[in-house]
Design a protein around this ligand. Structure first.
Ligand SMILES: Cc1cc2nc3c(=O)[nH]c(=O)nc-3n(C[C@H](O)[C@H](O)[C@H](O)COP(=O)(O)O)c2cc1C
Length: 195
């Protein structure tokens, strides 16, 4: 089983989403001893923006890099993504990664009946952190955006582990992180029983 672990927070060791994503991956590793984990820090190792040149496949080295990113995603059975809310949405570094995995003909296609996702059959876990409180708020362009992207490409098994209100006070932050950490066991699947 392969797990791809991504982080995108710019806050380094003070990041809530990094703490949550690391705890989720550690929990998967504890339950699946043979788990192969690949990690990419999209903050320290960012991907280039999608541009006209990249769409035109002008640079063979850039094309090869983009293909590796897409193949790394397609090879993963489980994808754990640290996704902070920045300016009501996601960090641009995470958006740059999404621009590399949402690829027509590879992870989705258009048919006469509408779009069809091609990247199902994997679990995606989002470790979400946000400063304010957004339940039911129209200002939330982070989680609904991620839900739309992954649903569009065919991922049905999508779960959010969320700490919100972390900027309201140290007490809010501590409680939100503890609550999120307590959810983790519920999103980590046990090893399948031998037939
Ligand atoms: C650049 C930046 C933009 C932010 N924008 C928002 C925002 O729009 N709404 C919000 O509730 N919190 C916002 N915050 C607070 C973060 O969501 C909060 O600090 C959260 O913990 C970020 O996740 P991280 O700790 O993993 O980086 C922002 C923080 C930063 C650094």
């Amino acid at each position: 089983m392969k797990l791809l672990h991504l982080d995108s927070s710019a806050l380094g060791a003070n990041s809530v989403s990094r703490e949550l994503s690391a705890a989720i991956v550690a929990s998967w590793q504890a339950r699946h001893p043979g788990l192969e984990v690949e990690y990419r820090d999209l903050d320290s190792e960012p991907l280039p923006h999608l541009t006209g040149a990249s769409l035109a496949k002008a640079d063979p080295a850039a094309v090869a890099d983009a293909e590796r990113v897409l193949e790394q995603f397609l090879a993963a059975d489980v994808v754990v993504i640290g996704a902070p809310m920045y300016n009501f949405s996601i960090p641009s570094t995470l958006k740059a990664w999404i621009d590399r995995i949402a690829v027509a003909g590879r992870t989705f296609r258009y048919t006469a009946n509408g779009p069809e996702g091609l990247a199902g059959g994997r679990k995606v876990i989002i470790a979400s952190a946000r400063g304010g409180l957004y339940a039911g708020s129209p200002a939330d362009f982070q989680e609904p955006f991620l839900r739309q992207v992954f649903t569009f490409i065919g991922v049905e098994d999508l779960v959010f582990v969320r700490a919100e209100g972390v900027s309201l006070s140290p007490e809010h932050r501590a409680r939100a992180v503890a609550d999120a950490l307590a959810q983790i066991d519920g999103v980590v699947e046990p090893v399948a029983e031998a037939a």
